[in-house]
Design a protein around this ligand. Structure first.
Ligand SMILES: Nc1ncnc2c1ncn2[C@@H]1O[C@H](COP(=O)(O)OP(=O)(O)OP(=O)(O)O)[C@@H](O)[C@H]1O
Ligand SMILES: [Mg+2]
Length: 237
């Protein structure tokens, strides 16, 4: 197994996964020779039925799990955003939580500036001293995204980031990520897992994950058309 973490330069693809394999200790194979290459920055989505291997794939890409074989090439600065922001927000105030994820070599002035900038990017400007428990679910998810931005991440991995949100917050978070991924600088890439087929309208490409394999990229509209008649509440299921 080889993981190469390197900042993408020029036309280099933001993510390449080749022949990735992973088996859980109980013998359950979650991924077998999985291939996935994100060709350029933007918003890319994965859908697939429960247990098809989507979350396992993100955990392998970020390095929380060790593959049994294959190759992952991703930017050194890659961040994972969970479905439930309470699982990743650790410190009591917005500002202190963001400070935690900053590169260690910044000066105090640079740290405050980076925190304010990240809060502004996600629509939480001026909220550095706000206690996290006073935020709405949508604001907490924005803060988790701010943490990824403050850390300088070039690749954001989002595992059903809107699953727990009300429709307005869901749309807001999707628009936020879409806006970040279409801004000219810095060129950001997001890999977004969803069961909500309506979200596919916002992506640059979508792929179906089935039994540990990712299918080819297609347009969000075309994958949605293909899956809509099948959907009984869960995409691809
Ligand atoms: N900690 C674990 N130990 C053993 N098997 C696991 C573990 N976590 C997941 N699995 C198994 O790995 C396979 C892939 O699971 P994964 O969570 O990646 O699916 P998923 O596509 O994210 O599903 P969902 O849409 O429900 O989130 C499933 O068979 C699942 O039961
Ligand atoms: Mg999952």
């Amino acid at each position: 197994m080889l993981t190469q973490a390197e900042p993408p330069s020029g036309a280099e693809p933001p993510l390449t996964v080749e022949r990735l394999c992973f088996t859980w200790p109980n013998g359950r194979t979650a991924l077998k020779n999985c291939q996935l290459a994100i060709p350029r920055p933007g918003l890319w989505m994965l859908v697939g039925s429960n247990g098809s291997g989507k979350s396992t794939l993100l955990r392998l890409i970020i390095g929380l799990l060790e593959p049994s074989g294959g190759l992952i090439r991703r930017p050194e600065r890659t961040a994972l955003v969970f479905q439930n922001p309470d699982h990743q927000l650790l410190l009591p105030s917005c500002g202190s939580d963001l400070q935690l994820g900053l590169p260690w070599d910044l000066s105090p002035g640079e740290r405050s500036e980076r925190v304010e900038q990240a809060l502004e990017q996600v629509g939480l400007a001026g909220m550095a001293s706000r206690p996290i428990h006073t935020l709405s679910g949508g604001q907490k998810q924005r803060l988790a995204i701010a943490g990824a931005l403050a850390s300088g991440a070039q690749l954001l991995l989002l595992d059903e980031p809107t699953a727990l949100l009300d429709p307005d917050s869901q749309r807001g978070v999707l628009e936020l990520i879409h806006g970040l991924c279409t801004a000219p600088e810095p060129r950001l890439t997001a890999l977004w897992i969803t069961h909500r087929l309506e979200e596919l309208a916002a992506c640059d490409g979508a792929a179906l994950v089935e039994q540990g394999h990712a299918g080819p990229w297609q347009s969000g509209a075309s994958l949605r058309r293909r899956l809509s008649p099948l959907q009984g509440g869960k995409a691809g299921g």
